[in-house]
Design a protein around this ligand. Structure first.
Ligand code: SF4
Length: 505
């Protein structure tokens, strides 16, 4: 067998999870340079850039949602794919044990986390044979927040702000613009999209995701698709959704389009949205030893160029310092746009916790509390827990529960990303609470604001879903929904909808 195969795949996983490829770094640097200093988008991008540097320096996960591992493997004819699949699974398990991947594989019926990222359908491994005497392994780690913003259109279709999308390239363009608009900040913009025109529902999504293995700066070999990609990139940033949906100049960093033949009766446009934490790398392995012969997408002989040549998130002096627990008067004094620095006690809670709170009393007193939508990466060191990655998760999933949780238990601040809906907005106003947007994916940055883990409740739900009791110091976030009925998310969605109509209608 190939003595170095396991180690090579493990290196690939660790590097992919912790170090963004140079083409993505370059695109994010361009985005950072495009935003005027001191705007909300610029602040968000600065934190993102700092997070990218921290992750690479410390070999820590760039984002706490280490995503669905998807491997594309090319092997010489006659290679033992059964053995390789087993080795890849073992490497995923080992990377999880080392805290480089969060345990992300959950039984869809019981909700139980397997704890090692293995389970039916996880990880995804596709094999193809080729006539070369070497093995190629490519890996993409795509998180749930951006996966949830994927979209598939059966054309012709009527689209909000755009009217009818026909079975033409103009119609395809409308679908892509609509998907980006619809994602807003929920997929941790600025993102990139892989698109498939045609195929069936299954192959369309697969081929769309495959487009994300292209580099952001390549040119489509099909001139018709190259023109469409260029046309999207020339106009899409006029949507002004900006980083995290805060409004801003850069919404998309890449658009890659492929096409598959289709049945005459079907015309699907499938859009795979990936976030700024666009983790994709590859290796070419020696077919006899499995050792790495070269890397794809990166050149290890080139030093990593830091994203930031300055201090990172810098204060303006206008930040509001808050110490939890919070009073009603404190949160009612906040307004959309305020930047807050939170210190003191914070509890994490995401899907399983919110569902639990509908039927059970909370395991801790939540009056005046700060509830953080976060599923951290946690490692146990002796009897102590340490959080190694802790960015926010997409809050809208908690919309059915959040208003009631605020009303019943006296939560004063909810932190997450992407914003929440009308029910939560009304609960914030009625009961005196705020929604704070943290920077999605900035897992390393936020992990460093955690002074200690004081305890944990509901650990049966698995480490990402448990309720962690944290003490934080100067955790920065932006008020995007306040107790006066204002929502930045609602405003940006409305304004970008008007831009969408102007661009593509
Ligand atoms: S950056 Fe955002 S969308 Fe991407 S994996 Fe992390 S939390 Fe999910």
């Amino acid at each position: 067998m190939l003595p170095s195969f396991f180690e090579s795949v493990l290196q690939l996983i660790v590097r992919t999870s912790t170090d963004l490829p140079p083409d993505v770094r370059a695109a994010m640097k361009t985005a950072l340079d495009a935003e005027p200093a001191a705007t909300r988008s610029a602040q968000a991008l600065t934190i993102i850039a700092q997070n990218i540097d921290l992750a690479a320096d410390a070999e820590g996960a760039i984002c706490q949602d280490t995503g669905m591992p998807t491997f594309e493997v090319h092997v010489p004819i006659g290679a033992n794919q059964v053995w390789m699949r087993q080795q890849i699974r073992e490497a995923v398990k080992e990377a999880t044990r080392r805290g480089k991947l969060r345990p992300n594989s959950v039984d869809s019926i019981t909700g139980k986390n397997s704890g090692d990222n293995l389970g039916p359908g996880t990880p995804i491994i596709h094999f193809d044979q080729w006539e070369r005497d070497e093995i190629e392994v490519k890996l993409i780690l795509k998180g749930g927040g951006c996966e949830n913003t994927n979209a598939q259109y059966a054309v012709p279709v009527e689209l909000a702000h755009l009217g009818r999308a026909d079975r033409t390239l103009e119609g395809v363009k409308k679908c892509i613009l609509h998907a980006v608009w619809n994602a807003q900040g929920k997929g941790c913009a600025p993102g990139a999209v892989g698109v498939c025109i045609g195929g069936d529902r299954t192959s369309g999504y697969t081929h769309a995701k495959e487009q994300l293995f292209r580099t952001l700066d390549d040119v489509n070999p099909d001139p018709r698709l190259a023109e469409l990609e260029a046309s999207i990139m020339a106009t899409v940033n006029n949507l002004e959704i900006g980083a995290m949906g805060f409004g801003g100049k850069v919404t998309l960093i890449g658009c890659k389009i492929g096409a598959l033949n289709r049945l005459p009766a079907s015309f699907f446009v499938s859009v795979a949205y990936d976030c700024w934490a666009f983790r994709r790398l590859g290796v070419v392995l020696n077919a006899s030893s499995g050792a790495i012969e070269r890397w794809l997408y990166r050149d290890p002989s080139h030093p990593i160029i830091p994203m930031l040549d300055q201090a990172g998130f810098t204060r303006t002096g206008r930040e509001v310092a808050l110490r939890a627990p919070l009073s009603e008067a404190q949160v009612r004094s906040l307004h959309v746009g305020d930047v807050v620095l939170i210190s003191g006690r914070m509890f994490t809670g995401r899907d399983a916790v919110h569902s639990h709170l509908m039927k059970h009393e909370p395991p801790v007193d939540l009056r005046g509390s700060v509830l953080y939508h976060c599923g951290p990466v946690v490692v146990k060191e002796g009897e102590m827990w340490r959080i190694t990655a802790a960015g926010p998760t997409t809050s809208i999933r908690e919309e059915p529960y959040q208003g009631e949780v605020i009303a019943r238990y006296g939560v004063r601040a909810v932190i997450g990303k992407g914003g929440m809906g009308a029910k939560t907005l009304s609960a914030l106003k009625e009961h005196g609470a705020v929604y704070l947007n943290a920077i999605g994916g900035a897992a390393q940055f936020y992990a460093r604001t955690i002074e200690r883990v004081d305890g944990v409740s509901l650990l049966d739900f698995g480490t990402p879903e448990a309720m962690w009791h944290l003490t934080v110091n100067e955790f920065p976030a932006i008020v995007t929904m306040d107790a006066h009925g204002n929502s930045l998310h609602k405003d940006v969605e409305q304004e970008s909808g008007e831009h969408l109509a102007a661009i593509g209608g």
